[in-house]
Design a protein around this ligand. Structure first.
Ligand code: 5RP
Ligand code: FE2
Length: 217
């Protein structure tokens, strides 16, 4: 049995009952709370903005893991940190000056992550892997919750884990999109150590039990 970190995504929470859902996560075995920020430009959807993330932060007792699906993350990094972000993840595909962005996140005192879309090879991380705390492999095309897991993700996780082993063995390898108990075991076997789950947690009969089972794949 391998234990991994679980970061349930608030994208699948009931937005009319945010406090209730955050408190449910507080008393669960979740390690983080995943916050999806979408700008309607980098991805064809808009999720929620900082007034909402601040409300989440007011009630959250778990660290917040921000996933920025925005065309230009720079103007929002400080607001993420002010909203309690412990991890701030930006997309490789959206950052021209990725190294500068990673440094800016670290200067704010947060952990820095880089997310890769399904079509982006993990090899693009080669020159930045030593400078980041987390790599997020998207296992769906970003923008929406409740999509089907893309199986090619397994091979990407395996490649990334091999890369990380050489130079950054503490790297968090996070998988996001369509994660369920069906694919979680293989993801962890291939080297993932942090799972995001939105629909699978919030749409289940007992979200706390579901989180418990994901931690023990
Ligand atoms: O980044 C995301 C979408 O772009 C979400 O974190 C992800 O989709 C989680 O939702 P689900 O587990 O329902 O797929
Ligand atoms: Fe996400």
């Amino acid at each position: 049995m391998k234990e991994c970190l679980v970061s349930p995504s608030m994208l699948a929470a009931d937005f009319a009952n945010i406090q209730r859902d955050v408190e449910m996560l507080n008393s669960s075995e979740a390690d983080y709370i995943h916050i999806d920020i979408m700008d309607g430009v980098f991805v064809p959807n808009i999720s929620f903005g900082f007034p909402v993330t601040e409300a989440i932060a007011r009630h959250a007792k778990k660290p917040l893991d921000f996933h920025l699906m925005v065309k230009d993350a720079t103007p929002y990094l400080e607001a993420c940190r002010d909203s309690g972000a412990e991890i701030i993840t930006v997309h490789y595909e959206a950052c021209t000056h990725l190294h500068r962005t990673i440094m800016a996140i670290h200067e704010l005192g947060a952990k820095a992550g880089v997310a890769l879309n399904p079509h982006t090879p993990v090899a693009v991380l080669e020159e930045i892997i030593d400078h980041i705390d987390l790599a997020l492999i998207m296992s769906v095309n970003p923008g929406f919750g409740g999509q089907k897991f893309i199986p090619h993700t397994f091979a990407k996780v395996e490649k990334l884990a091999a890369m990380a082993e050489k130079t950054n063995p503490d790297l968090l390898i996070e998988i996001d999109g369509g994660v369920t108990s069906e694919n979680a075991r293989e993801l962890v076997q291939k080297g993932a150590n942090m799972l995001v789950a939105g629909s699978f947690v919030f749409k289940s009969e007992n979200p706390q039990d579901t989180i418990h089972s994901l931690k023990r794949v």
